[in-house]
Write a protein that binds this ligand. Sequence first.
Ligand SMILES: Cc1cc2nc3c(=O)[nH]c(=O)nc-3n(C[C@H](O)[C@H](O)[C@H](O)COP(=O)(O)OP(=O)(O)OC[C@H]3O[C@@H](n4cnc5c(N)ncnc54)[C@H](O)[C@@H]3O)c2cc1C
Length: 393
Amino acid sequence: MRDDNAASALSDDELEAIRDSVRALCQDFPGEYWRKLDEKREYPTAFVTAMTESGFMAALIPEEYGGSGLGLTVACAILEEIHKSGCNAGAIHAQMYTMGTVLKHGSDEQKSAWLPKVASGEIRLQAFGVTEPTSGTDTLSLQTTAVKKGSHYVINGQKIWTSRAEHSDFMVLLARTTPKDQVAKKGDGLSVLMVDMRDALKDGMTIRPIRTMMNHATTEVFFDDVKVPVKNLIGQEGKGFRYILDGMNAERTLIASECLGDAQWFIKKATDYANERKVFGAPIGKNQGVQFPIARAYASFRAAALMVKEASAKFDAGEKCAEEANIGKMLASEASWEAAEMCVQTFGGFAFAEEYDIERKFRETRLYQVAPVSTNLILAYLGQNVLGLPRSY
Ligand SMILES: Cc1cc2nc3c(=O)[nH]c(=O)nc-3n(C[C@H](O)[C@H](O)[C@H](O)COP(=O)(O)OP(=O)(O)OC[C@H]3O[C@@H](n4cnc5c(N)ncnc54)[C@H](O)[C@@H]3O)c2cc1C
């Protein structure tokens, strides 16, 4: 995604200053703000605007395209602080990794046309259309087709769980350009297209929101003869699956950082409460039955953080990092869930009252063991690709 080593060039003090700025910005968006949106399942527009204007969301976009040209380590720190502050980056984080597909595989013309506008916020690149209802994790079996007719691809099919589609101007879409039974290599035949959703909405694209257990602005998207200009094809036709796989290490490491942020939020909440809350004349944290789960959640968070840090450091150094990104994502999503569970138990009944934000964060953090990749698929990757065990699929 980047050629230089800008991230490692940042000193600890500089990174800490970025973390401080993110924390300061997040103070304008307290629990009450998120609670109100959660109740109505509304998009956090004010938060997204503030984050975009601050430039934090353009951390990975190179300076020549209007971003700050920082590395994954910095981007991870930004997302971690957002979540540690009790906010949620789910409304905006996709820009960080979808942009990578354009940056790495797009032409100079495409990069110059889109990336500066993504960096400034003029274009919202928040939608990522990969998952489909019938194929699920088996991406190579996706059914949406893009058929070239003259100067356009004509898209037909359906995507599911396309988050933020209603709040995005463009979608990075993965569609089949060559039928599965006609490709030379198993991974061929899928292509990445940049869909201008503003045009597509007038030309056969329909978005249907899905109400979920947390406020995530996710949707189903239907394509009915939607035309996308051939010039919006990213890279080579038929090589799109590889391009999407390429971006997954960054995506997994960024999401893992959000989990680390969540874990710290739950641990802080529980620690404060266990010190304050007196039952039977003593703080509940004095009881090992309360104290040890907090300590264990902290240990899990620290261990996961080491792996996530290794993943981002390797990514920034241009080294292979799929193993670390996958392990980091799995451990961090499990650590945040462990911390969430522990926090509910520490608070007892009050955990269930909306005003404490615990039940909301509990619902939010559960997602990450399923999306953007489920734990089983990470274990299958490790078993099959790292350890050399037989393939299950
Ligand atoms: C809120 C939300 C937002 C999302 N946002 C987006 C988005 O913006 N864009 C997008 O493209 N997708 C998005 N997704 C989709 C997400 O990436 C998928 O839900 C996830 O990858 C799992 O796929 P699936 O739901 O189809 O599960 P399935 O593939 O149907 O799998 C179901 C279960 O079976 C297990 N399983 C399947 N195959 C195997 C196997 N071979 N071995 C062992 N276990 C297996 C899985 O681990 C899983 O637990 C989102 C999902 C959610 C819930």
